[in-house]
Design a protein around this ligand. Structure first.
Ligand SMILES: *[C@@H]1O[C@H](CO)[C@@H](O)[C@H](O)[C@H]1NC(C)=O
Ligand SMILES: *[C@@H]1O[C@H](CO)[C@@H](O)[C@H](O)[C@H]1NC(C)=O
Ligand SMILES: *[C@@H]1O[C@H](CO)[C@@H](O)[C@H](O)[C@H]1NC(C)=O
Ligand SMILES: *[C@@H]1O[C@H](CO)[C@@H](O)[C@H](O)[C@H]1NC(C)=O
Ligand SMILES: *[C@@H]1O[C@H](CO)[C@@H](O)[C@H](O)[C@H]1NC(C)=O
Length: 545
């Protein structure tokens, strides 16, 4: 909707619940409101309005043809409880004007909405009731013009309400200033300026606090009102407005209460006992409680939910019912109900709904989620593609709390550690990219080679496996001597491609030739470093020696 319109609806505390067809002219009934085309010439261009875009729970409901439309009707939701009223806006001189809403008592005629009220800063002790419903107020809750709210202090008797408990919204302004809750003696360590606390005890019977802070009591109940005051400062006085009968007053008997509780007792209360009870201290501070004795009964509670169990005290005023759900079910609604002074239960009986764990929305697109069973005791299974591993267990279980037994895992790439450097050798080739930190991803192959005069022992190629280990242990380079070649006119034995350290060769010269070097052995040995212990002997002509 246009920003001006949005602003208007905000001021009047109106939410658009449904939009009727745009229509021409005023009509009193939405159902009979058929759109009529009016001749083009009757609507001058300058007097047309832009389409009012009304937002309905996120969906834009916009009429397509606003040519000649002068009025849009919609179901407005007014106030914190969303009461429905038929409302409309009108196009006047190219501007949407309104909203105007139907007033029940006035033959369905439309009236401009007057401004709504809200509470700027509500002290935490104040409790607001609207149409017998306690309203969790914040500064955004708006109350339409003409409505009445009741205000009380949260803890009756522990605070004294100063001011009027009935506030009416009058065109954006409350009829009275917000009342104040004054803390009483129990909250102020019996400070002398504080009004006395009144503690309410109902040892027999039942009671409930009414929206104005009055105490509704079922007939026949016993009520003790205890005025908390320091006894050594004198005796307080109880007074009451009912002329019906006298009540017993006096200091409490028990040792721990006798010095600070001045009691008034109403035995087997009768409707005629109703009235205001005031405790006035000798210092002149006072606090009051209004008691209404009335035989209020709530309808018997019907526990229709097959899974719910309820402990119902009864259905008299002040009686409570506590609901429980079995394991695997959660309580939807309020567990504790009480029979209120209005004759209604404080809320509808709750339901026991089967626990459902939340849908699993993995952040990791690689994570495969299977067999999701979101019921209590159900499981979900996770897996990762090849080359990745789960960061947590592969299963989660749906717990009775409606939460999964752990965090949804992610898929983490599997890596093999960088291979150790090969002494006297090196990496010849890698199939697969080494990461910047030297690790390898799954499937990477590394091939090793040895330096000259070393022989590779073991597997020359190792592969990074899915478990993050290399397929084989690292090969090693063993020193070796290479075949030195036969001398001219002779030969060496044994003949091998390579000789191991410790191996030796013997040179034998052809007939008529002798080994030139007459060294001790003339048997060169392969040394541990891969070199021959001596130069290979050569064969020379016998005659030349
Ligand atoms: C009351 O007295 C207690 C202990 O002496 C102290 O901690 C507390 O702050 C007092 N409260 C007030 C409201 O003075
Ligand atoms: C509980 O019940 C209310 C209506 O009574 C419903 O709007 C809400 O979605 C329910 N909550 C769950 C979690 O089912
Ligand atoms: C409901 O009542 C029980 C006992 O009557 C109490 O222990 C519990 O705290 C109450 N729960 C709520 C949410 O008021
Ligand atoms: C609130 O409760 C009283 C009875 O205590 C009743 O007379 C009145 O009609 C109720 N108001 C609403 C709006 O339900
Ligand atoms: C889900 O798990 C629960 C508890 O283990 C089981 O009773 C139920 O049959 C399962 N549902 C499906 C559709 O497998």
């Amino acid at each position: 909707m246009t920003s001006r319109l949005r602003h208007l609806l905000l001021i009047y505390g109106l939410a658009v619940a449904a939009v009727a067809r745009p229509s021409v002219g005023a009509a009193d009934d939405l159902e009979n409101d058929t759109p009529k085309k009016i001749p083009e010439n009757e609507v001058t261009t300058s007097s047309r309005c832009n389409p009012p875009e009304m937002n309905l729970a996120g969906n834009r409901a916009v009429a397509t043809d606003f040519l000649g439309v002068t009025e849009v009707k919609f179901a407005g939701a007014i106030g914190p409880l969303g009461d429905r009223r038929l409302c409309k806006i009108k196009c006047i001189d190219g501007e949407w004007v309104g909203p105007l809403c139907q007033v029940k008592d006035d033959g369905g005629r439309f009236h401009p909405l007057l401004r709504s009220c809200h509470f700027k800063a509500l002290p935490p002790q104040l409790l607001v009731t609207y149409q017998n419903v306690s309203i969790a107020t914040d500064s955004r809750k708006v109350f339409p013009h003409g409505v009445e709210v009741l205000v009380r202090c949260r803890e009756t008797g522990l605070f004294k309400l100063l001011g009027d408990s009935v506030l009416e919204c009058q065109n954006g302004v409350w009829s009275h200033p917000l009342p104040i809750c004054i803390p009483t003696t129990l909250l102020t360590n019996f400070s002398e300026e504080s009004p006395p606390t009144i503690l309410i005890k109902v040892p027999t019977g039942s009671s409930a606090v009414e929206p104005r802070g009055e105490l509704a009591v079922f007939p026949g109940s016993i009520i003790h009102l205890e005025c908390a005051f320091t006894r050594k400062l004198g005796n307080p006085e109880w007074t009451w407005t009912s002329k019906f009968r006298e009540h017993m007053t006096g200091w409490a008997m028990s040792a721990e209460e006798r010095d600070w509780k001045y009691r008034l007792s109403i035995y087997y209360s009768k409707p005629q006992d109703s009235g205001e009870f005031t405790c006035t201290t000798p210092i002149g501070t006072s606090n009051s409680i209004t008691i209404n004795v009335k035989a209020v009964l709530c309808p018997p509670l019907e526990v229709s939910d097959p899974h719910a169990t309820a402990r119902v005290e009864g259905s008299r005023l002040g009686h409570t019912a506590v609901f429980h759900c079995p394991t695997g079910y959660f309580l939807n609604g309020t567990a504790n109900l009480s029979c209120e002074a209005t004759g209604k239960w404080s809320s509808a009986p709750p339901k026991c709904l089967p626990v459902q764990c939340p849908q699993i929305n993995p952040v990791d697109p690689r994570l495969a989620v299977e067999n999701t069973n979101r019921s209590y005791g159900g499981r979900v299974t996770f897996s990762c593609p090849w080359g990745y591993k789960l960061t947590g267990p592969p299963n989660l279980e749906c717990q009775s709390t409606g939460r999964w037994s752990g965090k949804v895992p992610q898929c983490q790439a599997v890596h093999c550690p960088p291979p150790q450097p090969l002494p006297n050798g090196r990496i010849l080739e890698t199939g697969g990219q080494a990461l910047s930190d030297g690790r390898y991803s799954v499937g990477s192959a590394v091939q090793f080679g040895c330096a000259e005069s070393y022989q590779l022992m073991g597997e020359p190629t190792i592969v990074c496996t899915e478990r993050g280990f290399w397929s084989h242990s690292l090969p090693f380079c063993k020193p070796r001597c290479s075949y030195p070649g036969d001398p001219v006119n002779g030969h060496i034995a044994p003949i091998k491609f390579y000789y191991e350290p410790g191996d030796h060769v013997k040179v034998t010269c052809n007939p008529g030739f002798v080994v030139r070097e007459r060294t001790a052995t003339s048997r060169p040995t392969c040394r541990p470093d891969g070199s021959w212990s001596e130069k290979m002997p050569t064969c020379v002509d016998y005659s030349e020696v």
